[in-house]
Every structure is written in C-alpha cells, then in structure tokens.
Design a protein around this ligand. Structure first.
Ligand code: BGC
Length: 261
C-alpha cells in the first residue's frame, strides 16, 4: 500500500478492461479517486466502477475517444469537476493489429498512431497544462510496451507508436523535471488481457510466446498495476523519464538463455 495515494485523483484511459481495469482497481485499493475512461463499452466501465468501489476507492466513468482532442480535454476536466483535483494521468488506451507492412493501409497506420501515440500525447498535454497552471507536482504514466525496444514484424505501426512513446516520455520528463512533474512509462510484455485473448486461447501460440519469456509465464494485469501504483507514489520520487519493463525478462534477449550464443 502507498499511503500518499489516498484521496489522489487519477485519470486512466482505456480503463474498462485489461491493464487499465487492473490499474483502476489497484488505485481503488489505495483509496484513490479514479476516472475510468472508456471508448465504447459502457457496461464494462460500470463493472469496473463497481470493482473500484468494492476495493475501497471512488470512481466515475467517462466516455471519450482519445484520438479526439476535444474529448481528451473534457476527460481531463471531468476529474477536476468531479473530484476537485487531478494528480495522476495514465495514458493506457491502445490497440494493435497484425498486417504485413507492405500491405498496411494509411488508414490502419493512422488509426494505431492516433490512438497509441497522439492520444497519449493529448493526455500528457492536458494533464501538464493543469499541473503547470496550478503548481502541482503531478505524475504521468504512459503505457508503452516491450516493443518500444523490440522490433515486431507485421506490427510496424504498433512498434513505431511505442518507440515514439519512449522518446515522448523522456522528452516530457526532461522538460518538466524542474517543476518536479514526473513522466514515466511502463513496458509490459505478454500479458493475460483481452487484447491477447484470441492469441493465447490457442495452446500452440501460447506455448510459443511463453518460450520467449525467461520467467516462463504470461504476465498478470495485477503485476502491471503494482508497477503503476509504485510509479505514481512518492516511493518513486526520484524516478523520471524511465520505462519500467514488466515482462518476465522478455527484453533480456531470451534467445541467449542457457549460455547459447
Ligand atoms: C502486445 C502483446 C504482445 C506483447 C509481447 C505487447 O505490447 O500488446 O500483444 O504479446 O507485447 O510481444
């Protein structure tokens, strides 16, 4: 438990499912106030709200498409209107789809970039504006991926969006460090979330991915949520511009395990 998170307000994009939902619930356990952003599925958002409240937090749901500037502005404002504050912004909404790069349409490229990178930028910008104007030592966490450093064939748009997110995180960290506003990222590996449900329901594909994870198992969303509350808390007060990989060792060149090479 991180005592200083009690009563703080956090906006989490894409929080009605997957990693976003796990983070919302964990912030609930920390007795924080959570804005659960969702894109389409109101019922999932309401279910998440109930889970946050049962965990001990407060929550509201807020529909917004992170690719739309006006909607991100309203989303960030909803925390200030409803809870009277915003302390932590988590840019988590993201998407991916596999397409051979020579066949990738501009529309598909733009959709992934707009959601994963531009959407995260808009969330950062709106939160920073609030922090700077009100002299708040706020905290931003961007949901990146192991693919901010590992190339990923047929996911060029996704990998490019996460690579962009890495330098966006580092640049903003540097720019706002004098104001004690911290900007970090989390780089999950293969996690048990809806985005991967289809892939991991096939035992062969699951075993194939597990073979690339030195710790030998697909991660649990709660393991990412634990990293998020630490990064959001004052326990990580001297950490900024960092990507915390939560990946069971996936980024440590598993091909070289057991002395190969
Ligand atoms: C992707 C997952 C993938 C994992 C490891 C994540 O960023 O969302 O689909 O399994 O990286 O490759």
């Amino acid at each position: 438990m991180f005592a200083d998170l009690e009563g703080k307000a956090v906006v989490i994009t894409g929080a009605s499912t997957g990693l976003g939902q796990a983070m919302a619930v964990r912030f609930g356990k920390e007795k924080a106030k959570v804005v659960i952003n969702y894109y389409k599925n109101e019922q999932e958002a309401l279910d998440t709200k109930k889970m946050v409240e049962e965990a001990g937090g407060e929550a509201i749901i807020f529909q917004a498409d992170v690719t739309k500037e006006e909607e991100v502005i309203s989303l960030v404002q909803s925390s200030i209107k409803e809870f009277g504050r915003l302390d932590i912004m988590i840019n988590n909404a993201g998407m991916e789809n596999a397409v051979p790069s020579h066949e990738l349409s501009l529309a598909d490229w733009n959709k992934v970039m707009d959601t994963n990178l531009t959407g995260a930028f808009l969330g950062c910008r709106e939160a920073l504006k609030h922090f700077v104007e009100n002299d708040i030592q706020g905290n931003i966490i961007n949901m990146s991926s192991v693919h901010e450093m590992i190339p990923w064939p047929t996911f060029v748009h996704y990998a490019a969006s996460k690579g962009g997110m890495k330098l966006m995180t580092e640049t903003l960290a540097l720019e706002y460090a004098p104001k004690k506003i911290r900007v970090n990222a989390i780089g999950p590996g293969a996690m048990n979330t809806p985005i991967n449900a289809e892939k991991f329901s096939d035992p062969k594909q699951r075993a194939d991915v597990e073979s690339m994870i030195p710790m030998g198992y697909i991660g649990k969303p709660e393991e990412v949520a634990a990293a998020a509350v630490w990064l959001a808390s004052s326990e990580s007060s001297y950490v900024t511009g960092h990507t915390l990989f939560v990946d069971g060792g996936m980024t440590q060149y598993p091909a070289f395990m057991a002395g190969r090479g």
